[in-house]
Design a protein around this ligand. Structure first.
Ligand SMILES: [Zn+2]
Ligand SMILES: [Zn+2]
Length: 143
């Protein structure tokens, strides 16, 4: 693993722990001493990534030093991160699309936008179907 977001000295300490198998990963997020949210995900760090970046401080000793930056991601890591982002995006766009469809169905919109999106939404989340209110067999046209 890569130790980043902290100063060279802290990186050395953590690297050492990793090397000698003394590194204990964090079981659950701990409180960031800056934003006080449980956003610290790395063991031995006391400041969360975003606070450390924002203030340009070491996430471990909180001193303003030269911070070891994240190195270039390997293609595998990049792909993993990409697919994660894409999943989130797909989930979000799915919701937006549904809202759009609902508008179309209720007659507020008549222009079709769904074709243009190249919709490959065959593997969408099925449970989301429930919030689509289908009123089939609506008998509003009776006597
Ligand atoms: Zn924070
Ligand atoms: Zn440090």
């Amino acid at each position: 693993m890569n130790v980043t977001g902290c100063c060279a000295r802290c990186k050395e300490i953590i690297d050492w722990k990793i090397k000698y198998k003394k590194y204990k990963p964090l079981g659950q997020p701990r409180k960031c001493v800056r934003c006080l949210q449980k956003t610290v995900t790395k063991a031995y760090y006391v400041v969360c990534e975003s606070c450390a970046k924002k203030e340009r401080i070491c996430a471990k000793c909180t001193e303003k030093k030269d911070i070891v930056q994240e190195p270039e991601l390997t293609p595998t890591e990049q792909a993993a991160r990409q697919s994660q982002v894409q999943q989130e995006l797909r989930f979000m766009s799915e919701r937006q699309r549904r809202t759009f469809h609902r508008d179309v169905e209720s007659g507020q919109r008549t222009d079709e936008g769904e074709q243009a999106e190249g919709g490959s939404d065959s593997e969408r989340e099925e449970e989301e179907d429930e919030d689509k209110e289908e009123t089939e067999g609506d008998d509003s046209h009776e006597t």
